[in-house]
Design a protein around this ligand. Sequence first.
Ligand code: HAM
Length: 423
Amino acid sequence: MAKKPKFQRPRGMHDVLPEEQKYYQRIYDIVSNIADFYEFGKIDTPIVEEIGLFSKGIGLATDIVKKQMYSLKTRGADSLALRPEWTAPVVRAYIENGMRNLPQPLKLWYFGPCYRYERPQSDRYRQFWQFGFEVFGEQNPVIDAQIIQIFYNILQELKLKNLIVEVNSIGDSNCRPYYKKLLANYFRSREVSLCVDCKRRLRENVLRVLDCKEEKCQPIKAEAPQILDHLCDECHEHFKEVLEFLDEIEIPYNLNPYLVRGLDYYTKTVFEIFAAEGNNALAGGGRYDKLVKVLGGRETPACGAAAGIERIISLMKSQEVKFPKEPETQIFLAQLGSLAKRKSLKLLEDFRKAKIRVAESFGRDSLKAQLNRADKIKAKYTLILGQKEALEGIIIIRDMQSGKQEIVALDKVIQKMKKRLKK
Ligand code: HAM
């Protein structure tokens, strides 16, 4: 059995090796293109924040704050936490940088790692990457629909299939307290039949009981009062309009009265996107009209969402998503002798500046080994620079298919190759 290495990566975290990078790059390219189109500006925030930002922003009773924070004390005795999500930090940055004074709605997007001390399992990590979009200063329901559309479009552009959008409204401070009371009364009268977790949720945040996946809680949930029947007029109208916009832009969705989300800052619309074959959400978000004020800013409506990049990659793999063809390297540069090697280094630079891809194997001295490599990468042409050629300022172009060779001046080879590649 292979010996365990002395050091291993932290549990629930992983290395992104070169062969995995293309997934991140592909997602980044599509997300940044869409962000550009909808005029979102990119924001980066520190990986750590004051811990209070998260307890206040996400909610003291949430799993994230209670159990999943990576917290640390600095030498200066500041209490910081690795960000478990981006919304609270982005709101902090919005307030701190006076972005309210910029033309509104202000639109921001991000792409980077988050940290949650969760029990690692398939598609659940302790370090995972999110990309997200947040819009500040607009209460119109068209924004809610646009955020859903953006995430749906990104997943579609990634060629993912069988997407399911689930939406719900969880009301606001007008109607939710009354609904929560109603719900608490209902579940309290059936408390004995609830699972242990739900008994706790009933005391901490009764809405989370609706989120329970335990078999025994399902029939009780099914009979519970539904929030959509208890929204105030404003929330009702807002949600109706969101759904009308979604119909208009032909985004298929399911109404899910049990969708409540695991973070406390939401008001009105909430949504999640899944793949039919998986239980874990690919993306989730909604409106959070109170958060800016809660975190010390002026009352500012806001709406946004984030997606989990590892989950998207895992689906891209299982659905065998195809990538656009990468440009092939058609030229191999072989060298023989020390003068030729030196000249080759310079020539390679000239090719790079001319934006022509060239492969090489400068570490090898044997021509045979280099030609083997040229065969392996299926190079169409091999350029051969030997000692004699280097002295005379010439180079051999060998057509690998026909075996035909041509000798050209070293300072003309880029021009020549440009012409050949165009053919
Ligand atoms: P969230 O639902 O906690 O929302 O996370 C968003 C997405 O991040 C999830 O749908 C999932 O794909 C991914 N994710 C979460 N936890 C993990 C994990 N442990 N391992 C792998 N992937 C994970 C938020 O974070 C909100 N800030 C979204 C938001 C933005 N709401 C408004 N604006």
